[in-house]
Design a binder for this molecule. Structure first.
Ligand SMILES: Cc1cc2nc3c(=O)[nH]c(=O)nc-3n(C[C@H](O)[C@H](O)[C@H](O)COP(=O)(O)O)c2cc1C
Length: 190
């Protein structure tokens, strides 16, 4: 069984509909650690050593967040800036994340169609997520395809139920499968 670390970043959890629902559907699963970054670090003073120890203990990392201004909420950027240190995560001696799996699990107001070359956002979600992909690459991690729930402002209860089920199944597969399914390790979507 792999250990999964979910780094969750949502500045207003109590006002969240979609992310709260997704998160509650994976809460309490064995070997799944959820870290609510805004709750842990309301002042943004991230405990670097504690975060690095947790990363070291886990084999799969999930950056779980809503898309805000085509990126992540600021605490996750702060986490990346501080925790992924030169000489620890990358660079000489920076071998501690090597071969771990990592992916983004994101929600967006824009629908899947809006995130296309013909759509209003002009670029695919994969393109907006390139900085995360490259960060993983620099740290010698294996970046997996993202999980996405789009059109959050209009999503029906049935579709949200379905997405929450898919998210839980994804987490269970990453935790339990002997090999990470081949389709996951192909190059991430555009
Ligand atoms: C500050 C802010 C910035 C946002 N930027 C984007 C954006 O760039 N693209 C997008 O599709 N949705 C954007 N949204 C919509 C959020 O992604 C959406 O509200 C969220 O995924 C819904 O999840 P929740 O119910 O858990 O809050 C933004 C929302 C806020 C509050």
């Amino acid at each position: 069984m792999r250990k999964i670390l979910v780094l969750f970043a949502h500045p207003k959890y109590e006002l969240s509909d979609v992310n709260q629902f997704l998160l509650e559907n994976i809460r309490g699963l064995e070997n799944v650690t959820i870290r609510d970054l805004y709750e842990l670090y309301p002042d943004f003073h991230i405990n670097i050593q504690a975060e690095q120890e947790l990363l070291f203990e886990h084999e799969v990392i999930i950056w779980h967040h809503p898309i805000y201004w085509y990126s992540c909420p600021p605490i996750l950027k702060q986490w990346i800036d501080l925790v992924l240190e030169f000489g620890w995560a990358y660079g000489p001696g920076g071998v501690f994340l090597r071969n771990k799996y990592i992916l983004n699990a994101v929600t967006s107001g824009g629908s899947e169609m809006v995130y296309s070359t013909e759509g209003k956002n002009r670029y695919t979600l994969g393109e907006f997520l390139r900085p995360f992909e490259q960060t993983a690459y620099l740290c010698d991690m294996r970046y997996l395809p993202y999980f996405h729930v789009g059109g959050t402002h209009r999503i029906s209860k049935e579709d949200l139920d379905q997405k929450a089920k898919e998210y839980r199944e994804l987490v269970l597969t990453l935790r339990d499968s002997l090999e990470i399914p081949f389709s996951f390790i192909q190059k991430p979507q555009p």
